[in-house]
Design a protein around this ligand. Structure first.
Ligand SMILES: [Zn+2]
Length: 447
């Protein structure tokens, strides 16, 4: 388990955004023990496995705070629709037909894509049934994750796809008892009522109370994504989404709200006061035509913002590079080209994601004492800046890189990708098995 990595440079994303060029990283028992001068590495070579990656740039692994591993099988099957139709016509009927095996390969494909693209931590929302399969794959792949089954006890959009309130709560609680803290603490539970329109007030409130029984557990839902959704929420509750959540007492620093696009002044105040975490999903927000969240405003207000790719059927990629680029670009026509600079966006994709999940003491930056969740990028191609001063490195990562530039990925000292290939999965095999499961699922959907 003792390793030394010699990178070209270390993009630390620490408090002072230091870039270190003359040091190697010593890793013991999954922890970044110290940085040592590159010329001292030979003194360690008897005892340590040395990885000379001196052409590559070392960064903290990305943290995505809103994904749906259960939807990976459905990529490309639900394009060009508006949110409520997307759910009613495609996603709810598909999720309803998942069995344990189709869900397993959906999770495996998603984890493979995330890890080989440099994402080492996720906040994942599951589907109603069979969520155990997702946990089993997360553990197999050593993914760091907060995950939980989706809770849905009413559904006017697709009435077949719902569960009894008590059963939803009980199953969630039992899964949390079994998996919260699993795999050496890499797994934590996230109670996940889907959104206001598919949850009774009792379910929303009791699920929130359950999070209090598990230290470090999360409350993860969607909010204020689409104007049509908001109009129905208003009709149902008399309130806007976030005002409603606040009125039933489910907002706090363990609450992550995906999207939060259409928010009024009072809601922005509530987000700030309650220390709610906003998970920004720029590509999905564009593709579903939902709108553009005012992220520069949230950041000015000191609201926690981090980034997620959301689900493959509404993006259709799980690459953090595409999300970073979109997060920067979509604000510029509205707030000007100086809003959302590259470094700000890279921080949202790493340390701010860690902070959102209360993991900033463990991950999110490359610092002594933190866990070795690390990625190595090749920024030497003809499609990159020709200079490698600090500013150009951030520019290359956010504006000019893609997942193919990710060469090596480590989670807590274990390589999960080497030279662009997963060490966990055989890509051809999971694609073939995933396809087989998808075809069976689509056949089930016809009956
Ligand atoms: Zn989502």
């Amino acid at each position: 388990m003792k390793k030394i990595i010699i990178p070209k440079e270390i993009v630390t994303v620490n408090e002072s955004n230091e870039i270190i060029r003359d040091k190697a990283v010593v890793i013991e028992e999954g922890i970044i023990k110290r940085f040592i001068p590159k010329e001292d590495v030979k003194e360690y070579s008897d005892e340590f496995e040395v990885f000379d990656l001196s052409e590559l740039t070392l960064l903290p692994g990305f943290v995505q705070t809103h994904v749906h591993l259960c939807q990976t099988l459905f990529r490309g099957l639900a394009d060009d629709l508006e949110l409520l139709d997307w759910l009613r016509k495609k996603i709810f009927p598909f999720e309803h037909r998942h069995n344990a095996e189709s869900l397993r390969f959906s999770a495996a494909l998603g984890i493979h894509e995330l890890q080989t693209g440099g994402t080492t931590t996720i906040l994942d929302m599951g589907t109603i049934n069979h969520h155990r399969s997702v946990f089993e794959e997360l553990i197999k792949a050593d993914m760091r994750a907060v995950s939980g089954k989706c809770m849905t006890d009413m559904n006017d959009l697709y009435p077949d796809f719902k569960e009894d309130t008590k059963k939803s709560l009980q199953t969630s609680y039992e899964l949390s008892e079994e998996f919260h803290g699993a795999n050496g603490g890499k797994i934590r539970y996230g109670f996940a009522p889907r959104f206001v329109l598919s949850c009774t007030e009792d379910l929303m409130i009791e699920a929130y109370q359950m999070t209090q029984d598990f230290e470090g557990a999360f409350y993860h839902t969607h909010s204020s994504e689409n104007k049509g959704e908001i109009a129905v929420v208003k009709k149902m509750t008399g309130k806007e989404n976030i005002e409603y959540f606040d009125s039933i007492g489910v907002l706090g620093e363990n609450t992550v709200l995906a999207h939060s696009i259409h928010t009024n002044e009072k809601e922005i105040e509530i987000l700030k006061e309650r220390k709610v975490r906003v998970a920004h999903c720029p590509s999905t927000n564009l593709k579903l035509g939902s709108g553009i969240a005012n992220i520069p405003r949230y950041l000015n207000e000191g609201i926690s913002v981090s980034i997620g790719a959301d689900g493959p059927p509404c993006n259709n990629s799980l690459s953090m590079f595409e999300e970073m680029r979109a997060a920067a670009l979509i604000q510029k026509p509205i707030h000007g080209p100086t809003s959302m600079d590259a470094l700000t966006v890279l921080r949202l994709a790493t340390i701010e994601g860690a902070k959102a999940l209360h993991l900033e003491k463990e991950i999110g930056s490359v610092e002594e004492g933190k866990k070795a969740d690390l990625i190595l990028l090749d920024l030497n191609g003809s499609d990159k800046s020709l200079l490698d001063d600090d500013e150009n490195i951030y520019s290359d990562i956010v504006y000019a890189s893609n997942k193919r530039d990710v060469k090596d990925v480590m989670i807590e000292g274990r390589w999960v990708a080497r030279d662009g290939k997963s060490t966990v999965y055989d890509e051809k095999e999971i694609v073939a098995k995933g396809r087989e499961e998808l075809l069976k699922l689509l056949a089930r959907a016809k009956t």
